[in-house]
Design a protein. Structure first.
Lengths: 184, 697
């Protein structure tokens, strides 16, 4: 009886130490669920979810403090993925907010820009270059199309324009499977 | 066919006989996997004479006829251009210049529909030929001796791979001599209907060998092999005959060989022909160059020969105009920019050309969105096949025919399943990017599934997803960077404020009483200054909100000028009316100033009420005032710092100005503080006069 107790006590101590050691040794930095969610968010950093960027929204989701259907640019697809990761009920997106069909980029009308640098401060990804009193320009490659710079411009010189495909960026369409083929 | 039959008569005959029982026995005749045997229809265009010297009414020259970056037009609308004149070029990256195919006038430079599967328009230079065909004098280059000279020659002549993708040829040529062991001349024109390379070999065999000689000599290539499908017996003969035209010296250095190869589709693919001639498989992660093989199309080599010996840039090419819908199909030496429609009309179509023409052959060709697209450097065939009733696609029966036919030994059926269910990562794992889109699998599929279209879509979808992921990652990083920067700036600002506060406290403690009169004067001066500053802000406030734009801009500029003037006037004592302030900063400053003013007023009131000799109090209030100003200055400075950092990415030079401003302001503030302290320590009279001069200059 005593032996058994001692053996189990010893085992308990050993495993306890092992677990404690493992916790320190294999500590996971940050919140893995938040990382996972952050990876599927569109990274537009537009703040339409009510958080200042995608990462804060991901963190709020991971802590269960937020709804799953707030990311507008991500749309239905991202919402489903989020609810899968967080094991929560999918919730329909708000009808009023529809993600744009085409990717958009901001373009500054360089004749109108007065160089007030408001837009630079608003841009979450630093996609605008310019200096005080100088004309500003959007780096098209880096613009996420979040539209945050549009309302802050005092002379309304920022427009969102769709990115038109060129022969270089064009993609082959998917063949339309007829009903016979689809039956397979 | 003679050559091959003579060399391997028994095997050949045996297989021909076996082929009656088992058609796929023909696959034993060559060394790569799969392959198909479509109906060739080559005699359609081959039996007619070559058409030369046809100048159409209009030439449409896209500025991008190659892979890489587009060229930029060097001519303007209305210019007269001469034949061979360079009309578009760029130095922005991988590209090939474009030359005028004949003399004429540039009538427009505008987007036109391109011979591209997307049917999207792209910038084109339109030339209306004047019929004189007046040429610019040509300067024949010396035969290039080094790889660099060859690259330069090929680039300047605007030569691109004329067999298919249009990769600029100079970029394919290695930089060092001796790293290529085999130059393969691709004369295996395996697509049905197309005979332009066949014709070229019959007409310009000499030039092709000469081109090969130039490349071989400049790169030090010991062996040149020309692979020609054995259904082009005339071409084989012509190429064999022309071999004697090469100098004995080059025959000694390099061995030139003609190899008839089996007629099978896709023998003309780079991997397939290499495998057939050298029994060498190019690993999918390597370029042919890395295994010592350079492959060039016959047309490319002929163009290189002309560029070297005559100085002629690439302005025309052999094109097959063929198809079931044409009465008299032909081959032609066509000027680049000639419209498909015009060429097809010349072959007397059987019915009106209301159906889309095809660029390329029936296996890999793409149908055009408009028949009025131009011939470009990579166009080898204009095909007019009237549309046939397409058999509807049926479910896959998993027969495995596609797998047997694939020359790359992929698993077309698996690729199809995963592409259809959008499992693109699996499609990628099945090496969809090794697929050469040859169409063998679709050709043999008994269910008529458009397999290649699925792979094309899957490929572009994978590319799109990867690009999007990369963009999202970039956005994430930039956002995080910005966030970190703001945090840092905030911290720095706090630290600075704290330091200033401490400094002011120390100062106040060390100060000696000053006379009431001096302090009063200083206050009055400060108030005047503030009023002026407030005026400036008001002025600048009104301007941006006004429209229309032109006037808004002008006003803003005027306001800026006025502000600059004011700032200059007060440069010494007013660091906070800096000309480089932003309007938000000004808003804040205005508020701060109003508050400061109010405070000053109330203080004044209490002071006038109290005894005039409350020296310590006065000093305190003055230093308070100063502190307020310093704080404002600091705020602005940090603001400026912030905006200057955000501009860092683009304009580094710009950042120096605001930071310098900031430093100047800080220095000025410090100087003033020191002066004030000094003054308070000296006699009252001196202080008075000093301060007066200080504020009035
Ligand atoms: S709404 Fe905008 S900021 Fe929020 S998660 Fe979606 S993309 Fe990111
Ligand atoms: S430029 Fe405008 S739309 Fe583009 S990322 Fe910046 S704030 Fe958003
Ligand atoms: S907010 Fe408008 S006016 Fe101000 S810098 Fe940006 S684009 Fe120019
Ligand atoms: S050939 Fe067609 S039917 Fe046969 S396995 Fe391939 S895809 Fe399926
Ligand atoms: S198209 Fe691709 S998958 Fe089909 S046979 Fe050709 S290489 Fe193989």
């Amino acid at each position: 009886m005593i032996e058994a107790l001692i053996v189990f006590l010893a085992l308990a101590v050993i495993f306890g130490l092992l677990l404690g050691y493992a916790k320190i040794k294999f500590k996971v930095e940050g919140n893995p669920v938040a990382d996972q969610i952050d990876n599927i968010l569109p990274q537009t950093q537009c703040g339409q979810c009510g958080f200042p960027g995608c990462r804060p929204y991901a963190e709020a989701l991971a802590e269960g403090k937020s709804e799953v259907n707030l990311c507008v640019p991500g749309g239905h697809e991202v919402m489903i993925q989020i609810s899968e990761i967080t094991h929560r009920e999918p919730k329909e997106m708000d009808e009023t907010k529809a993600p744009p069909d085409e990717p958009m980029v901001a373009v500054i009308d360089e004749d109108l820009c007065i160089g007030c640098v408001h837009c630079i401060k608003a841009c979450p990804v630093d996609a605008i270059v310019g200096a005080t009193k100088m004309m500003h320009t959007v780096i098209e490659k880096e613009c996420t199309g979040c539209e945050l710079c549009v309302p802050v411009c005092p002379v309304d010189c920022i427009d969102m324009v769709p990115q038109r495909p060129t022969p270089q960026t064009w993609h082959w369409p998917e063949p339309i499977a007829n009903s016979l083929e689809r039956r397979s | 066919m003679n050559a091959l039959v003579e060399r391997k008569p028994l095997k050949h005959r045996l297989i021909a006989w076996l082929g009656k029982l088992y058609p796929m026995a023909k696959r034993w005749l060559y060394h790569f996997h799969g392959g198909v045997f479509p109906k060739y229809h080559k005699s359609l265009s081959n039996r007619h004479p070559l058409l030369e010297d046809y100048i159409p009414d209009l030439l449409t020259l896209p500025v991008q006829q190659h892979l890489g970056v587009a060229t930029e037009p060097l001519v303007q609308v209305g210019d007269r251009v001469l034949k061979y004149q360079r009309i578009a070029d760029t130095n922005k990256g991988l590209s090939a210049p474009i030359h005028a195919p004949t003399s004429g006038y540039v009538t427009a430079i505008e987007p036109r529909i391109l011979p591209h599967p997307s049917g999207l328009p792209g910038l084109c230079i339109l030339i209306e030929p004047d019929g004189e065909d007046q040429a610019q004098p040509l300067t024949p280059a010396k035969s290039p001796a080094t790889p660099q000279a060859l690259k330069k020659l090929v680039h300047e002549a605007g030569i691109v791979g004329m067999g298919g993708a249009g990769f600029p040829t100079f970029a394919k040529i290695p930089d060092q001599r001796g790293c290529i062991e085999h130059l393969i001349i691709n004369g295996a024109e395996c697509e049905p209907f197309i005979t332009c390379d066949d014709q070229l070999m019959q007409h310009k065999a000499q030039a092709i060998w000469r081109g090969a000689e130039i490349v071989a000599q400049s790169l030090g290539i010991p062996r040149v092999l020309c692979g020609i499908e054995d259904n082009k017996s005339q071409a084989i003969e012509a190429m064999n005959d022309a071999l004697s035209g090469l100098s004995t010296a080059s025959h000694e250095q390099t061995s030139f060989e003609v190899h008839p190869v089996a007629t099978v589709y896709p023998m003309g693919g780079q991997e397939q022909l290499t495998q057939e001639l050298l029994h060498l498989e190019i690993p999918s992660d390597k370029h042919a160059i890395e295994v010592g093989v350079l492959m060039m199309n016959v047309a490319t080599l002929a163009a290189i020969a002309e560029a070297a010996d005559e100085g002629k840039p690439l302005i025309s090419r052999y094109v097959t105009v063929s198809g079931m819908g044409l009465e008299h199909p032909f081959n032609a030496n066509v000027l680049l920019g000639t419209s498909f429609q015009a060429l097809a009309e010349k072959a007397s179509p059987k019915t009106a050309l209301t159906y889309p023409l095809i660029q390329g052959g029936p296996m890999m060709g793409i149908s055009m969105h408009s028949n009025n697209v131009p011939v470009i450097k990579t166009t080898n065939c204009v095909l007019a096949n009237p549309p046939e009733a397409v058999e509807p696609a049926m479910p896959c029966i998993r027969c495995g025919e596609c797998m047997d036919a694939c020359p790359i030994q992929l698993l077309p059926q698996q690729l199809y399943w995963h592409s259809r269910s959008h499992e693109y990562d699996k499609v990628k794992d099945l090496s969809v990017f090794d697929c050469i889109e040859c169409g063998c699998c679709s050709f043999v599929c008994p269910s008529h599934i458009p397999l290649v279209q699925y792979y094309r879509h899957a490929k572009s979808e994978i590319v799109r997803i990867e690009k999007e992921d990369a963009a999202a990652e970039l956005a994430k990083q930039r956002h995080e960077f910005k966030q970190a920067r703001i945090e840092k700036a905030e911290k720095a600002k706090k630290a600075r404020l704290q330091a200033k506060k401490d400094a002011v406290k120390k100062q106040a403690a060390g100060k000696k009483p000053a006379t009431g009169a001096a302090a009063a004067k200083a206050r009055a001066a400060a108030a005047a200054k503030k009023a002026a500053a407030a005026k400036t802000t008001n002025q600048s406030e009104t301007s941006p909100s006004e429209k229309p734009a032109q006037t808004a801009r002008e006003k803003a500029m005027a306001a800026a000028k006025a502000r600059a003037q004011k700032a200059k006037n007060q440069a010494d004592n007013a660091p906070n009316t800096d000309s480089a302030t932003t309007s938000t900063a000004e808003d804040k400053r205005k508020a701060a100033m109003a508050a400061a003013k109010k405070r000053a007023k109330t203080r004044q009131k209490t002071e006038t009420g109290a005894s005039p000799l409350k020296a310590s109090d006065n000093a305190q209030s003055e230093s308070d005032d100063k502190r307020q100003r310093a704080m404002n200055a600091a705020k602005q400075a940090s603001k400026k710092g912030e905006s200057s950092v955000s501009q860092e990415a683009g304009t580094k030079a710009d950042t120096t100005a605001p930071t310098q401003d900031k430093r100047k302001a800080a220095m000025e503030a410090a100087k003033k503080r020191a002066k004030a302290r000094q003054m308070q320590q000296t006699t009252p009279d001196q202080t008075e006069s000093d301060q007066a001069s200080d504020t009035e200059d």
